[in-house]
Design a binder for this molecule. Structure first.
Ligand SMILES: Cc1cc2nc3c(=O)[nH]c(=O)nc-3n(C[C@H](O)[C@H](O)[C@H](O)COP(=O)(O)OP(=O)(O)OC[C@H]3O[C@@H](n4cnc5c(N)ncnc54)[C@H](O)[C@@H]3O)c2cc1C
Ligand SMILES: *[C@@H]1O[C@H](CO)[C@@H](O)[C@H](O)[C@H]1NC(C)=O
Ligand SMILES: *[C@@H]1O[C@H](CO)[C@@H](O)[C@H](O)[C@H]1NC(C)=O
Ligand SMILES: *[C@@H]1O[C@H](CO)[C@@H](O)[C@H](O)[C@H]1NC(C)=O
Length: 575
């Protein structure tokens, strides 16, 4: 079993890793550029074009770059060092847009240890930020689990870890200041730096901005004295999951859950702050975020493609079972002392537990090893759907999901394969594009074909699940994940959307930071859904006609099984 081979190699652990490819590539010096993401492809499989790119090293150079674009009224977007968002947020609008990369804006500007404040440049990668804070005895209390993101990029999409305690699990709750460069009239030199302090009302717009207000230059974070956590993963039956989900976030500060639907199990993360004197120097080096040797990556992808195309789903589920067992045995990559797992709880310092991202380590090894999704390898290629549902509605949603699972259990194996549906807690936010209510974020990653429009017998239930969440339970999509159709009507789910748009008009009246995509998502112009042949297979649309599926291959647009208002591409075998 190739998957098993891959995992065994993963368990062995590897030191080197080719860093991910550059998202911004220019053909002639700094001109004639393309922009992509870490996966080499945005949702609609486009690679974006930009007339040129700049890589400012200082705020002064950043102001000059914005001024040049504003003076010429040229479209502009910010790109980051690795660019990990799935939607094409980083594509500049128009035909001759420009890119401002934050790759070289990656330093610590200042630290005030006594006040627990750290100011960093916006292109700083989370991994470096966490280390720099730890070196001063400080900790960012919550963060995404993957450390290859930049602070500017992760804030722009409202990224989060999991918590209902204190200010909650989203990083933007810890932002107490920002410096943002916006266009300005000619009399002010075409660009200005706006300093937003903790009590500035516009901070609620700038904290989660989708990159449409201007370029964030610096971010000031309110950190905490370094602390330790104690982590235990417990796998239990999923029969009382609906009720547990509503309460788990109150029981554990860093609690989350991973649902393994086909196995009828839930992996509960019991994760709490402990006193700094507690013995332990644990490390989270998550298996999925380590670097992988190329050969097994490619062969496991080949196996997966065969399994996905096979209408007999049992083999696919067997592989899922094997993967789940291996991850459990390997404690998901956690160790008690940085090299060996000897049992739960794993106790360790916050900066070694909160996030991981070994595969972005910078040693170049000519692609012998890389992140699993490195597009140069053609290994893992996946969709990720993530959306938040208000806590009060969660038990009903979970019950509906379980009913759908009971109708078609084998179709859920793809979720088990990727470690389960991750269930995380996010608190209500004052950020205009943050969560309006205390919520649970449901997150799945699953197989995506390299072939555009290739149907999959298991997408039917996954599409029903997402439509049910978004339409029946009014779920809010994660701005940096999902597929096109999920963003339809997203702004209407944010009561303070109007306030956000007011700030946008004030900061960028000519809309140079806007693109076709951001205008569609913000409801300013057009719709993020794309209607064309097989669009529903790609998640570009919700089908309303068989041609949006693949009738030639037996896939027709039909109602969902549990949420009958859903319209999904259903496989109807000819007999
Ligand atoms: C493996 C993986 C794991 C993930 N884990 C999590 C998780 O645990 N929790 C979670 O919530 N999310 C998670 N995400 C999603 C991720 O947090 C978001 O997609 C995030 O926005 C990506 O950050 P980035 O630095 O790559 O930014 P990009 O994707 O490059 O940019 C995102 C947006 O921000 C804008 N932007 C970037 N910098 C600036 C700036 N300085 N000023 C103005 N605009 C700017 C860009 O123009 C773009 O519009 C994960 C993604 C991956 C691939
Ligand atoms: C970028 O490209 C545009 C459009 O082709 C051009 O007008 C501008 O001068 C270029 N800017 C730089 C800095 O090269
Ligand atoms: C996967 O494991 C579960 C629980 O051990 C078992 O009930 C199920 O039959 C297994 N599925 C396959 C396809 O082997
Ligand atoms: C971790 O613990 C194991 C077993 O006690 C020991 O062999 C190993 O050397 C330790 N590693 C570190 C980095 O301390």
């Amino acid at each position: 079993m190739v998957l098993t081979v891959l995992l065994l190699v993963l368990l062995a652990g590897l030191a080197g890793s080719s860093p991910p490819p550059e998202p911004v590539v220019c053909a002639r010096g700094m001109a004639d550029c393309t922009v992509s993401n870490a996966f080499g492809s945005f949702l609609d499989r486009t690679i974006c074009r930009a007339a040129n790119a700049t890589f400012p090293r200082t705020e002064k150079e950043l102001v000059a770059a914005v001024a040049a674009a504003a003076a010429a009224k040229r479209k502009v977007k910010v790109a980051t060092k690795h660019s990990h968002s799935f939607p094409k947020l980083a594509c500049p609008g128009g035909r001759d847009g420009t890119i401002i990369s934050t790759e070289r804006l990656n330093r610590v500007a200042s630290v005030d240890v006594a006040k627990g404040l750290m100011t960093v440049e916006s292109g700083m990668v989370l991994r470096d930020l966490i280390q720099a804070a730890a070196a001063k005895g400080l900790a960012l209390p919550h963060s995404p689990y993957w450390s290859g993101l930049t602070i500017g990029g992760l804030l722009a999409t409202g990224a989060h870890g999991s918590s209902l305690k204190g200010k909650g699990g989203a990083v933007h709750e810890y932002v107490v200041g920002m410096r943002i460069v916006t266009p300005a009239p000619a009399s002010q030199g075409f660009a200005v730096v706006r300093e937003l302090c903790a009590d500035h009302p516009d901070l609620d717009a700038a904290k989660v901005s989708l990159g449409v207000l201007g370029v964030v230059s610096q971010v000031t974070l309110a950190l905490q004295p370094m602390f330790k956590r104690s982590v235990t993963f417990v796998t239990r039956d999923d029969s009382d999951m609906a009720e547990k989900a509503a309460r788990w976030g109150d029981l554990h500060e860093f609690g989350d859950m991973a649902w393994l639907p086909q196995l009828h199990k839930v992996i509960y993360r019991e994760d709490d702050r402990v006193t700094i004197k507690t013995v332990g120097d644990g490390l989270n080096d998550h298996l999925g975020f380590r670097s992988n040797p190329t050969a097994p990556l490619i062969s496991s992808r080949v196996t997966m493609e065969l399994l996905e195309k096979n209408i007999n789903a049992v083999a696919r589920c067997k592989a899922a079972n094997a993967t789940v067992s291996l991850f459990e045995t390997a404690a998901y990559g956690f160790t008690n002392n940085g090299s060996l797992f000897t049992g739960y709880p794993v106790v360790g310092f916050q900066h070694k537990i909160q996030a991981s991202g070994a595969c972005i380590g910078s040693q170049e090894d000519a692609l012998l090893t890389s992140c699993a999704w490195d597009p140069r390898i053609q290994g893992t290629f996946f969709y990720t759907n993530a959306y938040s549902i208000a806590l009060s509605k969660v038990p009903a949603f979970v019950a509906d999901m379980q009913e759908l699972r009971d109708r078609c259990p084998l179709s859920f194996c793809g979720i088990d394969t990727s470690g389960g549906m991750l269930i995380r807690y996010v608190k209500a936010s004052s950020a205009y594009l943050g969560k309006p209510e205390d919520s649970i974020d449901f997150d799945i990653a699953y197989y995506r074909s390299y072939t555009k429009g290739e149907p999959n017998p298991h997408y039917e239930v996954l599409d029903e699940l997402q439509q049910m969440a978004l339409r029946k339970y009014n779920a809010i999509p994660h701005w940096g994940k999902n597929r096109n159709f999920a963003f339809e009507g997203a702004m209407a789910k944010h009561p303070k959307a109007g306030k956000f748009l007011e700030v946008k008009r004030r900061y960028d009246p000519d809309g140079i930071f806007s693109s076709e995509w951001s205008d569609q998502v913000l409801g300013i112009n057009g719709s993020p859904a794309i209607f064309e042949k097989r669009c529903a297979i790609e998640g570009l649309c919700i089908c309303s006609d068989d041609s949006h599926c693949a009738p030639e291959e037996g896939y027709y647009c039909l109602p969902g099984k549990v949420y009958t208002d859903a319209r999904v591409c259903s496989f109807q075998p000819a007999f």
